[in-house]
Unconditional design. Structure first.
Length: 442
């Protein structure tokens, strides 16, 4: 694989022999003229990169009556026919699923009819594909590579678009292996400048989602049909979930220029109170019904801030925790993590750390702490059975994320994370962080 990725490798030499000298093009930008690669060279480079992975991990495919070996380069190109074995070397127990995955991908991309026994809705095909990847870890790379194969040299622009939409769903469900990650990342980056059919927008969205899923790991279960539909729309309809705070504020700045914090935060906080969350035993600890939580999330993603039909305060409380935990960057950025651990019980230092955060982070921390302080009242605690220690334990992972991959370090730091949040709950005066406190604080 290493040899295939170097300019001295045989594939590179083959390309040099096959191709004439390429003409370098220039493109005018606002900053002046820049050199750009000609399309034919860029195409060869894309193929060149993924070949390195294919040569190391792909099955040997043969065809025809003489069982002639299929070159790796050809295995990576779009095909109308079905495959009779997995692209990659896989265990025999998943071979049938791998072959079916390819057939399903062809249907999803519109390159194969659904047939009489196929699902009525393409979303069901996508859900089945996601479920295979969640159940069988070794199928994940196979699914990613099959999609990339069907994107390479595909003559149908609509099929290409559907393939990128499929990638936008897969990349919020499970990651590739570490072996494939770098190759796949570069393959996606190589499409950033391809404006035809809005592939540039789609590929950049997929890239962002891939970065996150590689860091966080796979989901526990497949997306619902409604979530799949939403994931397909996401590249062109940004969400307030899974983004950084600055981006979320930009989304709402035209419609709500007066708001100093993301709209979703006061909406969920007030919903919890309106549904008598301060009298609900186990609030923030007891999970809300998963279907209702998903439904509320989808409403908000469609800009419907509406609680109709929801009467359980555990639903908005679960979504509040999820929103904080799902931020693209931790509410308290990684650069402050070590200080939080070091000064977890120092009330002045803890408050000073909050004052050092970016302004939007300061305000979100202050608002959330102020909201939680309502639940730290002794009378409320008698109803909820959630004292300040319980609140700190539940919310610490939503404020701080240990940057280490070492399980021992993560486990050891948990008590300090909880201690830091407890210190804020006792000592932070949230009014110090807002000019007009009556508009945003409780």
């Amino acid at each position: 694989a290493a040899a295939a990725m170097k300019p001295t490798g045989s594939l590179y030499q083959d390309l040099q022999r096959k191709k004439p000298a390429y003409q370098v093009h220039t493109r005018k930008l606002s900053t002046g003229e820049v050199m750009t690669l000609p399309p034919e060279l860029q195409k060869d480079i894309n193929q060149f990169r993924i070949d390195g992975f294919a040569r190391k991990y792909f099955n040997t495919h043969k065809k025809g009556i003489f069982r002639k070996k299929v070159p790796v380069e050809k295995m990576l190109l779009f095909q109308k026919d079905l495959i009779n074995q997995s692209l990659m070397v896989l265990n025999t127990n998943v071979q049938k699923d791998a072959i079916k995955c390819f057939k399903v991908i062809q249907r999803i991309m519109g390159d194969r009819s659904k047939g009489r026994n196929g699902p009525a809705n393409v979303l069901e095909d996508i859900q089945w594909l996601l479920d295979r990847g969640i159940l069988y870890g070794e199928l994940r790379d196979e699914i990613y590579v099959q999609i990339c194969k069907q994107l390479n040299d595909n003559p149908n622009m609509e099929s290409i678009r559907k393939g990128w939409e499929l990638l936008s769903v897969v990349t919020v469900t499970f990651p590739p292996s570490k072996n494939l990650e770098a190759y796949l990342m570069q393959y996606i980056v190589d499409h950033f400048s391809k404006t035809e059919n809005q592939v540039d927008i789609l590929s950049k969205h997929v890239h962002n989602r891939l970065l996150r899923i590689c860091k966080r790991g796979p989901r526990g279960k497949a997306l619902t049909l409604a979530e799949i539909e939403r994931a397909k729309e996401a590249p062109f309809s940004p969400s307030v979930f899974g983004e950084n705070l600055g981006f979320i504020m930009k989304l709402q700045e035209q419609a709500f220029p007066q708001l100093k914090i993301p709209r979703i935060l006061p909406f969920l906080a007030h919903a919890i109170l309106e549904l008598n969350g301060q009298f609900s035993e186990g609030i923030f600890r007891v999970p809300g019904d998963a279907d209702y939580v998903t439904e509320l999330k989808l409403r908000i993603e469609k800009n419907r801030y509406d609680m109709s039909g929801i009467s359980d305060p555990n639903v908005p409380s679960s979504l509040l925790k999820f929103w904080l935990r799902d931020l693209a960057e931790p509410l308290i950025p990684d650069t402050f993590y070590d200080k939080c651990i070091k000064f977890s019980e120092d009330k002045k230092a803890a408050v000073d750390i909050v004052k050092e955060l970016p302004l939007i982070n300061q305000r979100v921390v202050a608002f959330t702490i102020n909201f939680l302080q309502k639940f730290a009242d002794p009378q409320t605690i008698r109803m909820t059975k959630m004292n300040i220690h319980n609140l700190a334990m539940v919310f610490a992972p939503n404020f701080l994320r240990c940057p280490s991959d070492n399980l021992a370090v993560i486990f050891e730091n948990t008590k300090y994370e909880q201690s830091f949040l407890r210190t804020l709950l006792i000592n932070l005066n949230s009014k110090d962080f807002f000019d007009d406190v009556d508009d945003v604080l409780f």
